[in-house]
Design a protein around this ligand. Structure first.
Ligand SMILES: C[C@H](N)C(=O)N[C@@H](Cc1c[nH]cn1)C(=O)O
Ligand SMILES: [Zn+2]
Ligand SMILES: [Zn+2]
Length: 478
């Protein structure tokens, strides 16, 4: 292959250092940096500082940016954004990478087979631990790639800018403003952006991702009694907030995922003839989704409808009820105030504000129909817009060559059902192409119990990130 970067020395070094890289992931997973849990905020800070120290030890220039207080908790400091710069050679391209060091909540009692913050490697090379795949493994992938270059004595092919945040799982509070602020400062030299924070469609074939759904997250509060009540004393005499709430929540979506709120589906962009032909070529089977779902309870029986439902149609999920009795046993309480949480994954051409208005009006209407004397409050907790770009850019062609080099296959070009709201912000603020380059696979269980990252995905993923940087350094401008 003429002009192909020499990568053997780097690859060999990654293999040599694999145990060390797993130990680095073990240390990261051990810090329970749960952004949604106020009590864990010191751990989120600890994680940000640990990451900054690891970067400094590798010779990366690091600055921590403070983002002020958290809007919905005015006394709580937001964790710092870790900015890094490695290299400043005017003759090299500059790549900006983003990731997050916060994680979803996790407790052994949720049903984990192992301690969630104790990385546990089984005989099949599955590394279980909260954040292993989302997103500590991929974030450390960049650090590991730097270290392997240093130890192999291989010149680092690009200048690397880094932006690692600690609030992604809580809606990336404060980050949009920072990105806009730094677009002409810390990020000014960026030629392209790469984000490693999503997953392959299956377990064997890597993919490059050019689209994400957005996320509008809502709360519905129903209150009435002055305090929690005895259901024997007050049952049948007091109007119960929980009864009202479950009836309202039940009107949002049906068993087949059809959103019942008028005006939502009307905003969805029509399927084009070009798009119709796209799905057949994607390496994805119903077995893939059944495996990652852990059951055969899919809404659709065919691949195309399933992919379309994940990528290009909105979905509404009900997540939980704050204030409701949820412990084992049979407590006979009537909760005085309950807050239901649900979110809508949004797609082109849905508008955030229009969607909020439709949701608020619908929820209020449904509550009014109950004729309850209780009080309803509906609110939006956070929003993030959908993102779709073109994969016809040198950033993507370089990544495709890197995939072929490391895995010996051509990647699929995919969209993602999840959301990384700052992707669009990076694209708009820097004016540069953004590529999503996932490390983990479809069975990793991000956000779920027993989250894991396969050792193969981690180690080959480090090679992939490094190979991408080599290819992107020499890829002709398209
Ligand atoms: C895809 C990414 N790894 C992820 O998990 N993103 C979250 C972002 C989010 C949106 N609201 C709260 N967090 C997700 O898609 O749920
Ligand atoms: Zn993530
Ligand atoms: Zn996540």
């Amino acid at each position: 292959m003429a002009g192909a970067p020499q990568l053997d020395g780097f690859f060999k070094q990654v293999d040599t250092l694999s145990d060390h890289f797993i130990e680095r992931l073990r240390k990261a997973v051990a810090i329970p940096s749960i952004s949604a849990d106020v009590a864990r905020r010191p751990d989120v800070f600890r994680m940000g500082h640990w990451l900054a120290d690891e970067l400094k030890a590798l010779g990366v220039q690091v600055e921590l940016r403070q983002l002020g207080k958290q809007p919905d908790h005015p006394h709580l400091d937001l964790p710092p954004v870790v900015l890094g710069r490695y290299g400043s050679d005017k003759n090299k391209r500059t790549i900006l990478v983003y990731g997050h060091y916060d994680v979803q909540p996790a407790e052994k009692a949720d049903g984990w087979a192992t301690e969630p913050f104790d990385l546990t490697v089984d005989s099949q090379g599955r590394m279980f631990g909260r954040g292993s795949t989302d997103d500590k493994g991929p974030v450390l992938g960049w650090l590991n790639a730097i270290e392997a270059h240093q130890k192999a004595g291989v010149d680092f092919p690009v200048n690397l800018l880094m932006c690692f945040e600690g609030m992604e799982e809580y809606g990336s509070e404060g980050l949009d403003e920072l990105i806009e602020d730094e677009a002409k400062k810390w990020f000014a030299d960026a030629d392209a952006v790469c984000i490693s924070d999503n997953y392959w469609l299956g377990t064997e074939k890597p993919c490059l991702t050019y689209g994400l759904r957005g996320c509008n997250y809502y709360s519905v509060e129903v209150s009435g009694p002055g305090a929690d009540l005895h259901s024997g004393v007050f049952g049948g005499t007091a109007q119960e907030p929980m009864t009202d709430l479950v009836r309202v929540l039940a009107t949002l979506v049906d068993t087949n995922g059809v959103i019942q709120i008028p005006g939502i589906k009307e905003q969805v962009a029509p399927v084009t003839p070009e798009e119709e032909t796209l799905y057949d070529g994607i390496s994805f089977t119903m077995d893939n989704i059944h495996e990652s779902l852990g059951s055969k309870t899919t809404i659709f029986e065919d691949k195309k409808s399933t992919l379309m439902a994940r990528w290009r149609y909105p979905s509404l999920s009900i997540h939980g009820i704050e204030g409701a009795f949820s412990q084992p046993g049979a407590k006979t309480v009537i909760p005085a105030k309950v807050i239901g949480k649900f979110s809508i994954r949004t797609v082109p051409d849905m508008d955030i504000e229009k969607t909020n208005e439709l949701v608020f009006n619908y929820v209020k209407e449904q509550f009014a129909k109950l004729g309850s004397k209780n009080t309803l409050k509906v609110d939006v907790l956070h929003t993030g817009k959908w993102w779709v770009s073109s994969p016809k850019h040198w950033n993507f062609s370089a990544a495709a060559k890197a995939v072929e080099r490391v895995f010996g296959v051509q990647p699929d070009f995919t969209r993602e059902g999840g959301s990384i709201p700052v992707t669009l912000t990076f694209e708009q603020a820097t004016g540069k192409n953004v590529l999503l380059l996932p490390m983990g696979s479809s069975t990793d269980g991000a956000h779920s119990i027993n989250e894991k990252l396969d050792k193969r995905n981690y180690i080959e993923g480090i090679k992939l990130l490094g190979a991408y940087l080599h290819h992107v350094a020499v890829e002709p401008t398209s």
